[in-house]
Design a protein around this ligand. Structure first.
Ligand code: NAI
Ligand code: MG
Length: 357
């Protein structure tokens, strides 16, 4: 059979997004070549401040139809607050993609890389290697609620958490499947002792789905102690699944435990494949260093690895991460955020060249 051709929409966006995306693509293309993966990419200039200055909007009217035909979106960063307020640039682009493409999984790998200054003492590469799976569409971040008796002593504000069986089951099931491909261990974030209706329901669905995965070890922690364990015992985790709010916090805390924001990637995934998933670094457009060629490209390169994994190429994905580790381990090529003097392009080129079967 002919190998499927994967169609990638490339959106560099703003600031260092335009510097790191070419480096991410360099590694993705190199891995594709080595592993015999067929890729086609098309680059778009929307979701950027330049586009906004020319058109008065962040996206063209037909963005949904244009992008939905792709298998994945490789995204840099959007935002240039000196020109466009951040809520306009973010809500006018990235948030639209996440919502309209029903990217209900937010995936954040947490892995200690060699040579990355890490805030946790006495941890070596290999000690920390887990993934946070965040529910990305419902839960605590709902717009159901309101405010009454404004400006009086009875001023009252209510906001509801929404958990649907569809929404909970699909994220928990994704996490179980991921645990099956990884170390066979799933940890669920709960708070059933304090949030006495939705969180017991979450636990109930985790327990129900666990019956389909008898080989997976499942445990759960209340979110407060779970946050502490991320810092004290990061070696305990393999796959961690959490509701929208808890996942938001854990997916920042996890990567923070392993070092600089310049290396962290993120996937916004629609596992059904009905719509494209989006892969991006965690960081933004970094106006303070943009244009100087010194941004760390690793977050973008690692996002490319997540993309290849999502497209069904786990060996190519692993080869990219291994190349990142090999180059960092060598120690002589580091960008300024890692204490070195290498440029974005030098580090990106070295990583692409280090990719091997
Ligand atoms: P930021 O992540 O762009 O920068 C924070 C700090 O980290 C800066 O000092 C920056 O120089 C540094 N940094 C970030 N990435 C780096 C890299 N690859 N290598 C070396 N240093 C790096 O966050 P900030 O400053 O809060 O936001 C700047 C703009 O980016 C805003 O417009 C914001 O809305 C947008 N943003 C966009 C995101 C996205 O597109 N997903 C995510 C976060 C922020
Ligand atoms: Mg967050």
């Amino acid at each position: 059979a002919q190998p499927a051709v994967h169609r990638i929409a490339v959106i560099p966006g703003d600031g260092i997004g335009r510097e790191v995306v070419p480096e991410g693509l360099r590694s993705v293309r190199r891995a594709a070549e080595i592993f015999g993966i067929e890729l086609e990419s098309e680059q778009f200039d929307f979701a950027s401040v330049d586009y906004w200055q020319q058109h008065g909007t962040m996206l063209p009217d037909d963005w949904f139809e244009v992008l939905r035909g792709f298998d994945a979106i490789f995204f840099g960063a959007v935002g240039w607050p000196a020109v466009v307020p951040d809520h306009v640039s973010l809500w006018g682009s990235l948030i639209q993609f996440r919502r309209r493409f029903d990217q209900y999984v937010n995936l954040r790998p947490v892995r200690l890389l060699p040579g990355v200054p890490a805030p946790l003492a006495d941890r070596a590469p290999g000690d920390i290697d887990f993934v946070v799976v965040r529910e990305n569409t419902e839960g605590e971040y709902s717009s159901i609620g309101g405010r009454i008796f404004d400006g009086t002593d009875r001023e009252t504000v209510v906001q509801e958490t929404v958990m649907t069986r569809t929404g909970v089951d699909r994220i928990v099931d994704f996490a179980f499947q991921l645990a099956q491909r990884r170390g066979g261990h799933l940890t669920s974030a709960t708070k059933s002792n304090g949030i006495s209706i939705t969180m017991p329901y979450w636990d109930e669905r985790v327990a129900a789905l666990a019956e389909n995965y008898p080989d997976i070890t499942v445990d759960k922690f209340h979110i407060d102690i779970l946050a502490a364990h991320f810092v004290l015992h990061p070696d305990w985790f393999d796959v961690v699944v959490a509701s929208n709010l808890f996942g938001d916090i854990l997916s920042d805390l996890g990567p923070a435990c392993t070092g600089t924001i310049g290396v962290a990637p993120s996937g916004n995934i629609n596992p059904t494949g009905e719509f494209p998933s989006l892969f991006e670094p965690v960081h933004g457009s970094a106006p303070d260093i943009a244009g100087r060629g010194i941004a760390n490209p690793i977050g973008q390169i690692w996002a490319g690895s997540l993309m290849l994994d999502h497209l069904g190429h786990p060996e190519a994905a692993a080869a990219i991460v291994a190349a990142v580790e090999r180059v960092l381990d060598r120690g002589d090529l580091r960008t300024p955020d890692l204490g070195g003097t290498a440029s974005c392009e030098e580090l990106g080129t070295a990583i692409a060249e280090a990719i091997a079967k």
